[in-house]
Write a protein that binds this ligand. Structure first.
Ligand code: ACM
Length: 747
């Protein structure tokens, strides 16, 4: 909408309501915490004099470059007709050194803050406000909700260039993100030059296969000596390049946190320095031997070089997913446990973390690690990154330690962000933009005092499946936009509807900066709610695109421009096959999505589990299979019920003998998390719950080696009269394999 038209609407609202309600829409991400509309606009074609107060030369240059780069006309005292005043005022009261006040009138712009960082953020907001050579008059008083706002990028699984990182650092700065967590080391490749240990970058940084998945499938997974001239995939950052990134980020008020993994995820180190493994042999384990003093010598030497490159107060030492079995049978580890009076291998791990913490503290640094560092007792000063849900963060905060929230369910950007069938292969999960946006980093379990230990929030981009920089752009954006607002904007100032508008508006800007962002799903999303009282299913349709129409049919036919326009929930009293599609005016976009809803004969009936529910995938317990809730794309969404080794076997009691025409259940297959279709389904009926008559036996239609997530209905159609329906799914015989189903539909 053009600005003048928007203003007219605003005025119309004032006239109708008679009160000055602020309805102006701005395109700032993250949304400022206080914003008031003024009258008129500042035209960027007028010549402005920039006035600085307490601003360093270097920042003066940077701020001027930003303003000129964005199209502001800058003149001199003599030629200027307006002013842009940039002020650092240590005496003014601000919530933090990142807070700022931005005032725009038709003639003047001023940004004031307690520090240059605040002014920098004021400039980012100003640039985002500008469009069509003007800036609307506003008064903004802004500050961050959290002091830690982070993005993590894994460069071990696949290697990304310095230029790529700079591009992302630029965008982080634009979004007021202030920490870049650089995951340098992991089994698939060591990525930082360490002068004392050259084999790390001559061999451990190079592997036999480019694509992580191909390399991971080999046994043993080999590294390649790059000096041999053999074909290899990998790379590393020289110390000079790492320093260049640190400087580039610092100029944009971003701290770079290096992560050097220990004691696990270190098979690349042990391949080239095998004396640091319990066995003394390469390719035998991923964990450093903690009983060996050489391990500490190596780690401290590496960290010395790391600290010389990275001024970050925090040094991340990983700490996640270490296997403990090698330590259990290692004489050196066992001797260490005895000598140090350590009760178990968790305490042995904790011994390493504490010792490394003392080393870091002695050097003026702080230890940061994944939540496994809580196992065996947390090191005294450590800060925890909570990734396995929120419990790590809660435990840390309750014991007086700082925590950064980065739970997999909300913050792992390696998950799918739309229908997997439309996306490049990902590790699994389902994390669309709205779900990232919905995250509240302060767990409800914390008191206000404990919540002060939640420093902030971070999104993580792990690279297993992210083989190219274009793909990495796609996984990061637009979801990092949501992370930025989760981290900066107070919960009460957030709005999904308004954020959706701003995120869509931002996509062309991201593209103009060379970020090959995902452009958001062009499929309609379905949600539904079962109303047992009303005996109906309420179906809600939504889209993450803005602004588009949703049109739908209820007979399964393809929606057209003549189909019903969606405006409120659709009530399904019996069965409906709802097909929905997005339309931009008269143009259909994407593909129609069809879902069937059945308020069926089995709804809310008693279900007896002849094989007990598995506690990990119980979903909604005994009601799961007759509550009308169809599962989504992820087996962990709480609507899919999972069963292990013995498969599943339930009996539904319909209350009285009735005529039935079909019994059917939908199963999922997703080989990565070891979920398979059943080998066979047996459906039988009875009137006394003792003698059952078999209606149908259905063998699996698929093999075990399928890609992606598949769904299949195993059902019977015919005529029967019964009170009890028994539904059995036999597992496919794979050890540890799961079967997952969401609903048994009876008609
Ligand atoms: C992690 O995702 N292993 C921290």
């Amino acid at each position: 909408m053009k600005h003048s038209l928007k203003k007219l609407l605003l005025i119309a609202f004032f006239l109708v309501l008679g009160s000055p309600i602020i309805l102006a829409q701005y395109n700032i991400i993250p949304q400022p915490n206080s914003i008031q509309s003024g009258v008129g606009e500042y035209k960027t074609t007028q010549l402005a004099e920039i006035q600085h107060q307490n601003i360093s030369r270097q920042s003066q240059r940077q701020f001027t470059d930003y303003l000129i780069g964005a199209g502001f006309s800058i003149g001199t005292k003599q030629t200027a007709t307006s002013t842009i005043k940039l002020v650092v005022d240590k005496n003014q009261v601000f919530q933090s050194d990142e807070a700022y006040k931005l005032s725009v009138t038709p003639k003047n712009i001023s940004i004031a803050a307690k520090s240059e960082k605040g002014v920098f953020y004021g400039i980012q907001t100003l640039l985002q406000l500008m469009s069509d050579q003007q800036v609307p008059a506003v008064e903004i008083s802004d500050y961050p909700r959290f002091k830690y706002r982070g993005v993590h990028i894994d460069v071990s699984r696949h290697f990304y260039s310095v230029e790529f990182l700079k591009k992302h650092i630029d965008m982080m700065a634009h979004l007021k993100i202030n920490n870049f967590h650089w995951h340098f080391t992991d089994g698939p490749g060591w990525r930082l030059e360490i002068k004392k240990y050259p084999l790390l970058t001559q061999i451990a940084a190079w592997r036999t296969h480019e694509i992580w998945k191909d390399w991971w499938a080999t046994n043993p997974r080999k590294y390649v000596d790059i000096r041999s001239g053999e074909k290899a995939y990998g790379g590393f950052y020289t110390q000079k390049e790492a320093r260049e990134i640190v400087k580039y980020a610092a100029e944009r008020h971003i701290n770079v946190i290096p992560e050097i993994e220990m004691p696990g995820h270190s098979e690349e180190v042990l391949a080239v320095y095998p004396h640091l493994a319990c066995s003394g042999k390469p390719y035998t384990q991923s964990e450093f031997c903690i009983g060996n003093e050489q391990t500490f010598k190596f780690l401290e030497n590496v960290l010395k070089e790391v600290m010389a490159i990275f001024p970050s107060k925090y040094i991340h030492i990983g700490g996640d997913e270490a296997e403990k079995k090698h330590w259990r049978v290692c004489s050196k580890c066992q001797a260490r446990m005895k000598k140090e009076n350590l009760k178990n291998e968790e305490e042995l791990q904790s011994y390493l973390v504490r010792r490394i913490e003392r080393f870091l503290n002695k050097n003026g640094r702080k230890l940061l690690g994944w939540d496994e560092i809580l196992e065996g007792g947390l090191a005294p000063e450590a800060t925890v990154m909570s990734w396995r849900g929120e419990n790590g963060g809660i435990t840390a905060a309750k014991s007086g330690h700082d925590a950064i929230m980065t739970p997999g369910e909300f913050m792992y950007l390696d998950s799918y962000q739309a229908n997997p069938a439309t996306q490049p292969e990902a590790i699994g999960g389902f994390l669309p933009l709205e779900k990232v946006y919905s995250y509240n980093p302060v767990p409800a379990a914390l008191t206000a005092q404990e919540a002060k230990h939640i420093l902030g929030v971070q999104a993580n981009m792990w690279g297993e499946y992210v083989t190219t920089e274009a793909h990495a752009d796609h996984m990061l954006y637009p979801r990092v936009l949501a992370l930025a607002e989760v981290a900066w904007t107070e919960g009460k100032n957030k709005s999904w509807a308004d954020f959706k508008r701003r995120a869509n508006q931002k996509i062309p800007f991201l593209q103009s900066k060379g970020i090959r962002t995902f452009t958001l799903s062009d499929e309609v999303a379905f949600a539904h709610h079962v109303d047992i009282e009303q005996k109906a299913i309420r179906v809600e349709l939504s889209t993450e695109k803005y602004s588009v129409d949703i049109r739908y049919t209820t007979d399964g036919s393809v929606p057209t421009t003549q189909s019903a326009l969606y405006s409120e929930a659709i009530l399904v009293k019996d069965s409906a096959e709802i097909s929905a599609q997005l339309f931009e005016g008269n143009k259909a976009i994407g593909k129609p999505i069809t879902n069937r809803f059945d308020y069926h004969l089995g709804m809310d009936k008693k279900v007896t589990y002849n094989i007990p529910i598995n506690k990990y995938y119980a979903a909604a317990g005994e009601k799961t299979l007759v509550n009308g809730e169809m599962g989504g794309l992820s087996h962990g969404d709480g609507r899919w019920q999972g069963f292990m080794t013995n498969g599943m076997d339930v009996t539904i009691d319909l209350g009285e003998p009735i005529a039935i025409k079909s019994v059917s259940a939908r199963f999922m297959q997703n080989v990565s998390p070891w979920i398979f279709f059943p080998k066979e389904v047996v459906i039988s009926v009875s009137n006394d719950n003792k003698t059952f008559t078999e209606l149908k036996r259905i063998p699996t239609p698929y093999g075990e080696k399928t890609e992606g997530t598949l769904f299949h209905n195993f059902g019977w159609n015919g005529d029967a009269n019964a009170q009890y329906i028994r539904y059995q799914a036999l597992p496919n015989g794979i050890k540890g394999g799961w079967v997952f189903l969401d609903e048994i539909v009876v008609w």
